[in-house]
Design a protein around this ligand. Structure first.
Ligand SMILES: Nc1ccn([C@@H]2O[C@H](COP(=O)(O)O)[C@@H](O)[C@H]2O)c(=O)n1
Ligand code: CDI
Length: 159
């Protein structure tokens, strides 16, 4: 078996009145993330970790933010497409570990549902998807609730 690892990072601006999509779910929140797609920062970091593991460039290379096809698209679809790109190269997902940096709301109650969504898109078990969260202790860009960031690592393998 050939194992490879990858790392992903993403940032989105937060704006009052925009919807907040995280991990494939819309969460109740005063501020939501802004982007060309649904701006799901956690899924974008996971896409980049998977693409990086396969040395397949990054999310914007495959799904450009100037392409009308991806305007407002659910990032779960982008994650499914990313899994398809890896499959074409003979890779399967092993496990994912990611961290969301968001001042509020607390996402802990929603993590099991996010694990289910992500696992379904990648064709793995929810047990293979680890999601963690932290605030930024009211410091910096995240702490001032101006934005949200996410980090992810992915293990992939080919038989
Ligand atoms: N948006 C968030 C941020 C954090 N959590 C959970 O709260 C714990 C404490 O956060 P600190 O920033 O004070 O470390 C953290 O470990 C997470 O379990 C969350 O659910 N949603
Ligand atoms: C997902 C894409 C494509 O809709 O757009 P955004 O939602 O702006 O997200 P980002 O992480 O900035 O870049 C990747 C994009 O090309």
């Amino acid at each position: 078996m050939n194992f490879r690892i990858g790392f992903g990072y993403d940032v989105h601006q937060l704006k009052e009145g925009s919807p907040l999509f995280i991990g494939g779910l819309q969460l109740p929140a005063e501020k939501g993330a802004v982007g060309h797609s649904d701006a799901d920062v956690l899924l974008h970091a996971i896409c980049d970790a998977l693409l990086g593991a396969a040395n397949l460039r990054d999310i914007g290379f495959h799904f450009s933010d100037t392409d009308e096809r991806w305007k407002g698209i659910s990032s779960i679809i982008l994650l499914e497409k990313t899994a398809g790109l890896l499959k074409e190269k003979g890779y399967r997902t092993g496990n994912i570990d990611c961290t969301l940096c968001l001042e509020r709301p607390k996402v802990n109650p929603h993590i099991p549902a996010m694990q289910e969504k992500i696992a379904e898109a990648l064709g793995v078990s929810p047990a293979d998807i680890s999601i963690k969260a932290t605030t930024s202790e009211k410091r910096g860009f995240v702490g001032r609730e101006e934005g949200v960031t996410a980090y992810a690592v992915a293990l992939i393998f080919s038989l």
